[in-house]
Design a protein around this ligand. Structure first.
Ligand code: CP
Length: 309
């Protein structure tokens, strides 16, 4: 698919589903141009404020949004849920209402509740744009876009690519966003991992297979973090047992095709989802995914600013 060059304008970014193919591909193209140094952001005449409201832990998403905001010349408002009035019972709605009243233009939000953004975008009082930095087990649109950027840079297309999504799929917002977009862009999606963390509603996007049937035929081996924080705590779990049954072991990695790449949204549980020495191996693009996160988030924020201009 040819990526067209056009200016993208967004009011919010909540899910990847809400984006057209042209918007997805345009954002990837813009991110790649930022990365290559062939695109420059024109500084806005007005002052714009961004606040990163993270109610769940984050290293990559939080900090890469902050780097992207600073690269674009936005004023970044510090916010820490642990020292804010959230501790006095302030709701998410009231926190965002306050940010909007203070003149914050963009709120990047990560929250444990799926679809937390519905009540925010329906509000007639809240004026700021919402960028979803992850909603529970729902969606992670900026991670999906950076994953797509990484895959597109490697292969130049999506159609016909065989992409395996492996691990704790039920609890993964990354998996949900990626399965939807990869299928829509023409990739062949496969799933693997513990059957108790797979839901047959995903069958519309791809085919579930044991990992040993997948390793020899994939172009992309995308591993997912085991999300213990979303489990009920009653399941017994052995790191070594998981690694041997469902992980990318050194033995399995040797069976990957030469052109195949290894991805993981991170944080990685080394020697659980993936053997430690594979994380920074030649076939791994895990560090590149992190790097691409800054440029994709610049493209997203620029599109939001275009919507305000
Ligand atoms: N991939 C990802 O969302 O990482 P963080 O939780 O560190 O933001």
């Amino acid at each position: 698919m040819i990526i067209q060059s056009e200016q993208i304008s967004l009011k919010h970014l909540l899910t990847v589903e809400a984006l057209t193919d042209q918007e997805v591909l345009g954002l990837i193209r813009r991110a790649q141009a930022f990365k290559n140094g062939t695109a420059r952001f024109s500084p806005q005449k007005e002052q714009y404020f961004a606040a990163n409201l993270f109610f769940e832990n984050s290293t990559r998403t939080h900090k890469s949004f902050e780097v992207a905001e600073k690269k674009l010349g936005l004023d970044v408002i510090e916010f820490d849920a642990k020292t804010s009035s959230v501790q006095k019972g302030e709701t998410l709605y009231d926190t965002v209402l306050t940010m909007s009243a203070l003149g914050v233009d963009i709120c990047v939000i990560r929250h444990g509740a799926e679809n937390y953004y519905d009540e925010l975008i329906q509000s007639k009082t809240i004026q700021c744009s919402i960028v979803n930095g992850g909603d529970g087990s729902g969606q992670h649109p900026s991670q999906c876009l950076l994953d797509l950027m990484t895959i597109h840079h490697e292969f130049g297309h999506f159609a016909g690519l065989k992409v395996a999504i492996v691990g704790d799929i039920t609890h993964s917002r990354v998996a949900k966003s990626n399965m939807q977009m990869l299928k829509r862009l023409g990739a062949e999606v496969y799933f693997s991992g513990p059957p108790q963390w797979y839901d047959h509603s995903f069958d519309v996007y791809g085919t579930y297979l044991p990992i040993d049937e997948l390793v020899e035929k994939v172009d992309v081996m995308m591993l997912l973090r085991v999300q213990h924080e979303r489990h009920d705590g009653h399941e017994s779990f052995s790191k070594e047992g998981y690694h041997q049954a469902f992980g990318l072991t050194l033995k399995r990695a040797k069976r990957l095709p030469k052109q195949a790449i290894i991805m993981h949204p991170a944080p990685v549980n080394r020697d659980v989802e993936i053997a430690d020495s594979l994380v920074e191996s030649l076939q791994s693009r895990i560090t590149e995914q992190m790097r691409n996160g800054v440029f994709v988030r610049m493209a997203i924020l620029e599109a939001i600013l275009n919507g305000k201009a």
